[in-house]
Design a protein around this ligand. Structure first.
Ligand code: PLP
Length: 447
């Protein structure tokens, strides 16, 4: 208890966080992006290598997952304006949102329906490529459709891949690894949904369930993999290859904005709101965005009020040396993928000079927004994917420079939902009907 009092004295926000209040933290260590990128230990070249790898595998995806055809075998999602949702937010929350509201629909990413397809697929593909080269099966310029055939599948059948997950990373790693022929084990935390476990088992993936949370599932998976030299462990807490796969999103979205004729620069800034679990997904994407847009992009993470692990780690500077349980939070949330009590220290350090801020969201807010988005734009996303939707409200109401400008671009990263069964999605939607999203606010709007 003494420790808690001391922490609250040093970081008063912890008092509100411990009470599960929705808070906004602005990062005092934010610097210019060029310096931040230099100090990260990662480079534009690293991201380009990842991007080129994904291009090499495009013919493989075209062959094995025909749903990737629209994008020529690249795993990519639509970037669209959501004007009706914008109007709804203006009406409901009475904010001065004059800029453009965009959504990046990673809920519609092909094959696995969440942002995890970006990082997770990249890591699996790199592992497969390295193995194939080691066994002299392929040179870089060869046709990668061969990866779906003998002798590749035979080689992969003697190798294992393991991962710890709250659900979506397991889906991404499991589906692709199984398609390549690997023997896959997914270590699932207690909060993982039954339908995700069943879907994986139907693809021949071994699912091991734990009573405990995400950190425990990762720890057990890591331990088991360490004992087996034939097993590659996808380390969600520390993986550069996951991070770089996510980062490729930067150049992709820059191309999408350019194609639409949307300019991003210092006077037309881009505000991006990314749901954060352990940090790799939002961190990697934010890194890629900084490479693409420099100081013209401002990145915010969003976390559940019961699991603000990255906020706690970055604010205290303790990074992965502190968990949300230490401030009395239970890490229980309906937001799959965000139920993480301890953040990635690797990501926290990379983001220290690059991240604008972090805010927290209540579960009920997520359900309310999920329903609004379905009603206004017919976009179906899972609860965690809505965490970014509160971002513009935070930046505008706290007076962030240019956030209320007509030239501001606000981008909500919708991170998942594409694989949610219809009946589960219906339940989410109904849950959102019980929520008064902005109590008292809408009446203030009547002048
Ligand atoms: C995993 C996940 C995130 C966050 O990614 P991290 O790398 O864990 O921070 C956000 N949204 C969804 C839907 C996810 O599955």
């Amino acid at each position: 208890m003494r420790k808690m009092e001391r922490m609250i004295t040093d970081f008063p926000l912890i008092g509100d966080m411990a009470k599960e209040q929705e808070v906004l933290w602005m990062n005092p260590h934010l610097g210019d992006s060029a310096t931040g990128i230099r100090s990260s230990g990662l480079t534009a070249e690293d991201v380009k290598v990842a991007s080129d790898r994904l291009k090499r595998f495009a013919p493989f995806f075209l062959e094995v997952f025909p749903e990737t055809k629209a994008n020529g075998g690249l795993i990519e999602s639509p970037l669209t304006e959501i004007p009706s949702m914008k109007q709804m937010l203006i009406d409901e929350a009475s904010i001065n949102l004059r800029g453009t509201l965009f959504i990046k629909q990673d809920n519609a990413l092909p094959v696995s329906g969440s942002i995890k397809a970006r990082g997770g697929f990249h890591e699996v593909l790199k592992h497969a490529e390295v193995l194939a080269m080691k066994h002299d099966l392929i040179q870089e310029q060869r046709d990668y459709r061969q990866f779906s055939q003998q002798p590749f599948t035979e080689l992969f059948a003697s190798h294992k891949i393991a991962v710890g997950s709250t659900g979506n990373l397991g889906l991404s790693i499991g589906i692709l690894s199984a398609a390549l022929g690997f023997e896959v084990t997914v270590h699932m935390s207690a909060d993982a949904k039954i339908w995700k476990k069943e879907l994986l088992r139907s693809k021949g993936v071994t699912v091991i369930e734990y009573e405990d949370d995400y950190s425990k599932a990762v720890e057990e998976g890591r331990r088991e993999a360490e004992r087996d030299p034939m097993c590659h462990f996808v380390d969600d807490e520390n993986s550069r290859d996951l991070f770089l796969g996510y980062a490729v999103a930067g150049e992709r979205i820059a191309a999408q904005f350019a194609e639409q004729g949307t300019v991003i620069n210092e006077t037309h800034p881009l505000f991006v709101y990314l749901p954060c679990g352990v940090g790799g997904g939002p961190g990697g994407v934010a890194f890629g965005l900084k490479l693409a847009f420099g100081d013209a992009v401002h990145c915010y993470f969003a976390e559940p009020v019961s699991a603000p692990c990255m906020l706690l780690g970055m604010m205290t500077g303790l990074q992965d040396k502190i968990s949300v349980q230490e401030i009395g939070l239970d890490n229980k949330t309906a937001a799959d993928g965000l139920a993480v009590g301890r953040p990635s220290g690797f990501v926290g350090n990379v983001m220290k000079p690059l991240l604008e801020g972090i805010y927290t969201v209540k579960d009920r807010t997520l359900f309310g927004l999920l329903r609004l988005l379905a009603d206004t734009e017919s976009i179906q996303a899972e609860p965690s994917a809505l965490a970014g939707m509160m971002g513009a409200i935070h930046t505008i109401s706290s007076g962030v420079k240019l956030a209320d400008s007509i030239s501001a671009r606000h981008l909500v990263w919708s991170t998942g939902g594409g694989m949610v069964p219809e009946d589960v999605m219906k339940e989410y939607y109904q849950e959102g009907g019980n929520v008064e999203l902005f109590p008292g606010k809408s009446t203030k709007n009547v002048e």
